[in-house]
Structures are given as C-alpha cells and as structure tokens.
Design a protein around this ligand. Structure first.
Ligand code: TXA
Ligand code: MG
Length: 307
C-alpha cells in the first residue's frame, strides 16, 4: 500500500470500510465510517484503544449533527458561534442514531465536532456521511500534527492524506451539555472565556454523569521523563523553552511568548526531543487562555505511565 493518498482515495477507503488518516485544524485524525461497526472496531484495534473510550463523530454541519444528537438551546448557540472549528460538544444521543454502538462505547451521549480544515471538509462532503476520528496516534502517545508523525506511528499500515502541519496543534475543546449544565471536559483552542461569552455563565468541572473517559491521567506521553515549570535545565536535561530564556533551550515553543505559536509547536517539539534519549525539562507556560490547554497536555505527558 502506498502510504500517502489523495482526498478522493480517502473517500474511497471510507466507503470500503477501511481506515484513513487525514488532517484537521487541530491534529491528524484516524477516520472510519461511523455507521460501519467493523471499520470502527478497526480504529480501536489499530490504536490499541480501550473499548470504554468513545469516539468523536465528525460532521459537516449542524443539520447533519441533528440526526445524531439532541441539540437544544445552549448547544445550538455554541455550534452557531464556533462551528466549523475546534469545539466538540457532548450531548444526549438520539434514539436510532445511525452509528455503530462502539462509537459511543455504550454511553447515552455522543461527541459531535465539525472540523474547519478544508481537506477534512472536502472529504466529509464527498463521503456524504459523518466519520469518527480519534487522534491518529497509538493510545496514550503524543498526538500527530504532521503526516510524517502518522506514518511513523503506524509504520505505513494506514494511508494518510498529507495536509501539511496542523495549524492549531492541540485537540479540540470538549464541552458536555446535560440538563442545561455546561462542563469543560477537555481544554483546547476555544477557551473557557470564549465559551462563557456565548453561554453567559462559567463552565463547570466534569461531573460523575458526564466526563471524557479518554482524559486519563497519563496521556500524550513521550518515552523520556518530562519535568514541568523548569526555570533552567538540570544536568542531562534538554530544555523546551517558552519566551525569553536565560539558558539557551534545545527548542523554544515560542520565543515571542505567543501561546498560539506554542500550541502549534507543542506536539511536534515533544516528538522531536523524544527522538533521542534523555530527560526533558519544560519552561513555565502562563495558565490562561490557550495556556490552559497547553498545561493540561503537559501535565498528562509528565504523569507517571501505567505499568
Ligand atoms: O481535535 C480533536 O478532537 C481530534 C481531531 C482528530 O478531530 N480528535 C480527538 O479524538 O482528539 P480523541 O479520540 O483522541 O479524543 C476524544 C475524546 C476522548 O477523551 C473521549 O473520551 C472523549 O473525547 N469523548 C468521546 N465521546 C464522548 C462522550 N460521549 N462523552 C464524553 N467524552 C467523550
Ligand atoms: Mg487522542
């Protein structure tokens, strides 16, 4: 199988019940036809993903989303404000929604996202149905932001549509909407302040009734140890910098301390530092706006891995 493929090939693969990796504005996704149980099962198998961890349904627009989720007041307002774009909404699943049961991992809710990336949208439009797409990495590892990352991750097993580097670099914000309560399940480029601006009230933390099963403590994990909030590197450490640094960093997420630039570079630079052995130290990142999402990913990347 040739490793790279065109958007037209991607549509043919989806129709044939095969997996294909494709670019979105956040990270590369591993896509399959959401209605095809065999194709969805292959996603879990290829990623080594636990079956209790549900997938995000990628739709063209609100109209398509309505076939799958119960979309009311606040959900509608958030979709109008941020779609297409990096906001995923978890809403009650509609009865008889045409999705394989593995998509929701048996939950009574479904995660819906309408990606903004032109290639993802071109494929959605030509396919004519939604696809599910987790990040195209093996479970627990760093999300891919370039086609070469996906090729390395799956050793050429999965065809990839190359759309260049992903402009945002961290996965979508996930918000849960249940009984008029709005909770932040995963921080991302759409910030809590952005959401508050639309719903007129602050976001709640995840509750027992609604949380993202995939937000396990250890995630996005490099092979090397990672130390956070490091002012300067110690002995063997290579420093991942942010802003002006007193000791020269191995790589700098953003010399101008721009959070957008830092988010776009985050996973690529973590991967690059992880190519050679030795501990990694990361400079402090301000915990506001997009910095909340960056720090969330860094904390999970630094957390002890399950043995
Ligand atoms: O930016 C993104 O969202 C990327 C691109 C490819 O679109 N996708 C992505 O998918 O990050 P994934 O599978 O890596 O992360 C999906 C997260 C998981 O933490 C999962 O537990 C959560 O969404 N999720 C999915 N369905 C859910 C549901 N019904 N209720 C709560 N959480 C859900
Ligand atoms: Mg993921």
């Amino acid at each position: 199988m040739s490793a790279l493929c065109s958007p037209d090939d991607a549509v043919a693969y989806l129709k044939a019940g095969k997996l294909v990796a494709l670019p979105t504005e956040t990270v590369y996704g591993l896509a399959a036809d959401a209605a095809d149980g065999g194709a969805v099962a292959a996603i879990y198998e290829t990623k080594g993903r636990p079956r209790f961890n549900p997938l995000i349904l990628h739709v063209l627009d609100v109209h398509q989303a309505q076939q799958y989720g119960q979309i009311e007041g606040l959900a509608q307002a958030l979709m109008d404000a941020f779609w297409p774009g990096p906001l995923t909404l978890v809403v009650p699943l509609r009865d008889n929604a045409p999705v394989a049961s593995l998509v929701t991992a048996g939950l009574e809710t479904i995660a819906l996202r309408s990606p903004a990336h032109p290639t993802a949208r071109q494929i959605l439009a030509a396919f004519g149905h939604p696809f599910v797409a987790p990040s195209a990495n093996r479970s627990g590892r760093i999300s891919p932001t370039e086609a070469t990352h996906v090729l390395a991750e799956f050793r050429d097993q999965v065809p990839v549509v190359d759309g260049g580097p992903c402009p945002l670099g961290v996965e979508s914000t996930i918000v849960g909407l249940l009984e008029d309560k709005v909770s932040l399940l995963r921080p991302g480029s759409v910030t809590p302040e952005d959401i508050k601006g639309v719903i007129g009230k602050p976001l709640l933390p995840p509750t027992e009734k609604i949380q993202a099963p995939g937000m396990m403590t250890s995630h996005y994990a490099p092979s090397n140890p990672l130390r956070l909030n490091a002012a300067a590197p110690e002995a063997e450490e290579r420093l991942l910098g942010f802003g002006k640094m007193t000791s020269p960093p191995a790589l700098n997420l953003s010399e101008g301390a721009d959070l957008k630039e830092a988010a776009a570079n985050l996973f690529t630079y973590l991967r690059r530092l992880d190519e050679s052995p030795g501990p990694i130290a990361v400079a402090p990142i301000p915990d506001k706006g997009l910095g909340i999402a960056i720090n969330d990913r860094l904390r999970r990347a630094a957390a002890p891995k399950p043995s």
